[in-house]
Design a protein around this ligand. Sequence first.
Ligand code: F0G
Length: 462
Amino acid sequence: MAKKTITKRSWAEPFKIKMVELLKMTTPEQRLKSIAAAGYNTFLLKSEDVYIDLLTDSGTNAMSDRQWAGLMLGDEAYAGSRNYYHLETAVKKFYGYKYLIPTHQGRGAENILSKCMIKPGDIIPGNMYFTTTRLHQELAGGIFEDVIIDEAHDSFNLHPFKGNIDLNKVEAIIKKHGAAKIPYICVATTVNMAGGQPIALENLKALRKLTEKHGIKIILDMTRVAENAYFIQQREKGYSNKSIAAIVKEICSLTDGATMSAKKDALVNIGGFLAVNDKKVFEEARNMVVIYEGLHTYGGLAGRDMEAMAIGIEESVSDDHMAARVGQVIYLGEKLIDAGVPIVQPIGGHGVFIDAKKFLPHVKQAQFPAQALAAAIYTDSGVRTMERGVVSAGRKANGENYFPKLELVRLTIPRRVYTQAHMDVITESIEHVYSNRKKIKGLQMIYEPKYLRFFQARFKPI
Ligand code: F0G
């Protein structure tokens, strides 16, 4: 018999499980009732009616024993908590920004940044919109302009850095409006709405060169910066021997400041911050945070939350952690590709995104195919996913719907929470829904909130 040589080496979780949370199993009848009661919106389901929760990777991560131990070291003083200083040290050490303002979560930082930096009529170019980010820009009187490369809008295009910025689009905006109208360019890492697609360092460097010439700042949405660094390590020339920590620091060094939702990469259940290098912006933001969040040394967080975040930031830039984290997402994505399910490719960093237009070609975009598909997946197996299509995109200032090219259902993977067996069960459910896809009908919206409608909108089957 020929000797078997082993060439493949799998990743495995670089942790073991110390405590578990029991899940409730439901019946198809119960799920049909639950989704109808939730107005066919997975945001309105009760968590206890969910089996595997892929709604989001935001605040749903498992903390380490070190982080839990950190909670006990919370200094709950109103002012000058020692945990604030720990967090400040972590942000300087791992991200390199000079000044820190903690906030209760990412959108708190977006609110303060937008109010400090945007004047009515300003233009804010960005690599694809994010829901809360764009809304805060608009509420401050700004106008968002999408400058992501065209490839990002095509779910099957295999460009390795679909989060890249099209510099020609940026130049055209500068030419049309003038640099004085552009307070900053908002650069997101692993672009959420594009399907978790990274930006290359080469592209960010080129953008830096261009914006420096015009005196335009770059503000990073660093919510998933370590996942982006992982893709750079795996795909970009010259970075395969660099650590995630070094790449993260390099990304930050090319920007003037950042907003962070620490509920994602930084492995906490709540928290965020605004970080800047400019003292004047810092001083204004530090003044503003007391109006909206809390004193500048806690920004809406408990001392213990800041301690857990400081520890989470360090854990998030570990190479082993990131290989397993993104490895799990890729494992799920590859299984779905093998099953013939149309998903956004390359597979993203924080989740797998199903192309609902291709999955349900018989449902018109005005009938919310991604919303209908998310409801169908829940009904099949109790797996909760999220719509990222026409409902999430909302309406323009003139009241018309945005009809985004990408109409997606996001299977978002919380960090350090589920096992490979969960990924297998999820795949089997999606495969089952896929083989019965012709039975899925579109939806009609029967209740629509004014802001960020996807959170609370209600639907009924057509
Ligand atoms: N920026 C990005 C890229 C995000 O994904 C989020 C949140 C935010 C900013 C806002 O941060 O929630 O802490 O206020 N994304 C979550 C999600 C809600 O499910 O994708 P937040």
